[in-house]
Ligand binder design. Structure first.
Ligand code: MD3
Ligand code: FE
Length: 213
């Protein structure tokens, strides 16, 4: 017997103009997404990239799609091939692409065609300091983000590093669509707290779908 009360209803919320939280939008397909992440990572392993400044990131990353994000001493950029293996990045699986397109449509972007999906993996203590995503040429396209596993406190500011910062908890199955005025806003993720999620253990994943060119 299905309970009427076991699960929250999905709800949506505009964080700032252009940024739409679709709470639990991906919840019912989360296990399939996690299997897909495992399959992608078997072809392009998670790695800790080094920033141009020489710091090793605490978040581990991989990619799928025609392009993948990479960072090393030479800078940040999108590549067609995984610099670690020399092979093209794994194809973006249909379940990932379709989820990103449905979420973008829901937020008012009916023609979202991402060519890159960056997959971030956090363990307790891992964080992403305040930054802008500006390595993509197409600034009219939104970025769609999907959170899985342990919850994280997401920080978002404004157009400058000095803008006041707000915080929101991103939980398993939450999707956020960042477009319009919010597309270039500063944002980051606070250090992941210890915990155990039934589906991922002590891990948080975040998928970000991007149109890079
Ligand atoms: C706001 N990832 O990979 S997703 C990133 O949870 C990144 O792993 C975070 O920031 C994470 O670059 C946050 C939410 C997000 C993604 C892109 C944005 C928020 C954004 C671009 C513009 C403004
Ligand atoms: Fe970002």
């Amino acid at each position: 017997m299905m309970s009427l009360f076991a699960d929250e209803l999905p709800w949506r919320f505009d964080l700032v103009p252009g940024a739409v939280v679709l709470h639990r939008f991906a919840l019912h397909e989360a296990s399939g997404l996690l299997e897909t992440i495992t399959a992608v990572a078997s072809q392009a392993t998670f790695r800790h990239l080094v920033t141009p400044g020489g710091l090793t990131m605490s978040v581990a990353m991989t990619n799928c799609g025609q392009k993948g994000w990479h960072s090393d001493a030479h800078g940040y950029r999108y590549t067609t091939h995984d610099p670690l293996s020399g092979k093209p990045w794994p194809d973006m699986p249909a379940n990932l692409r379709l989820l990103a397109q449905r979420a973008a449509q829901e937020a008012g972007y009916p023609d979202f065609h991402p060519d890159a999906c960056l997959i971030n993996r956090y363990v307790p203590g891992a964080r992403l300091s305040l930054h802008q995503d500006k390595d993509e040429q197409d600034r009219a396209a939104p970025i769609v983000s999907v959170s899985l596993g342990l919850p994280a406190v997401f920080q978002f500011g404004g157009a400058t590093r000095q803008s006041p910062v707000q915080r929101v908890l991103l939980e398993h199955g939450d999707v956020v669509v960042w477009g319009g005025p919010s597309r270039l806003f500063y944002h980051g993720v606070q250090p992941l707290k210890e915990g155990a999620h039934p589906d991922t253990g002590a891990v948080r994943y975040n998928l970000t779908f991007r149109k890079t060119c």
